[in-house]
Write a protein that binds this ligand. Sequence first.
Ligand code: ZN
Length: 285
Amino acid sequence: MKLANIDGRAALVVAAGTAVDVHKASDGRFGPDLGSVYDDWAAFRDWAQNAPTDAAVPFSPEDLGAPSPTPRQILAIGLNYREHAAESGFEAPSALPPVFPKFLSSLSGPVTEVVLPEGGNTDWEVELVAVIGREASHVSEEEAWGYLAGVTAGQDISERVIQLSGPAPQFGLGKSYPGFAPTGPWLVTPDELPDKDDLRLTAVLDGDTVQDGRTRNLIVPVARLIAELTKVVTLYPGDLLFTGTPEGVGLGRKPQRFIRAGETLVSTIEGVGELRQTFVAASGR
Ligand code: ZN
């Protein structure tokens, strides 16, 4: 199943470029907003298997919002690929990698314009994002995928000056400017993926492929992340987990390279789809 947020309403994607409005197709049982669908995920998933699809209508990527638009929490994982930890100047974590929040005001859908913070070094990080489908506390690694609604693509856009300033790094703030958490283009349930633990992820900046990794190289894979995190925090339906980025970020390049106004970043995850961000200068607004 592919579940999209079209103009603020939950919609099932049934063919390339067409979707069915969930609220209408379910006679008002689910939706209209997408956030509420995760609160009743098991019932929704059962209904969606045989949902009527004859009322599908076309949509365009610009109509899409975040596939989980109102999560209670957005967690993100740092340094979860070995080569990315090395290029960032850190040792690869031996147990749990660093965990930090991306604040809700940074969340967006897949096709956006992002303002570059003045005086900043804005960088890219393509990441697989897990979406929680069931309240999760003290979940075992074996059970963990069963607590996910599915996955989507994410960009953990990062302003490195703030992120690395001060006595301890400011990961949460540097990664939470408006539009710094694009997600989408839709939620994909695990059964639709070629291999849920081995997906290719790429980032292309102005035509240059800057990142090209695979999720099989995650130091701590998705299921173990859920198990480790839920020893401490409770995850709620609709919560987002950014799982970390592979090597190839601008911070780790020689010379370093950051995003410039006018550039376009396309981030793709195999079996999921793509995000497209264009960047503008703060003064250009
Ligand atoms: Zn990241």
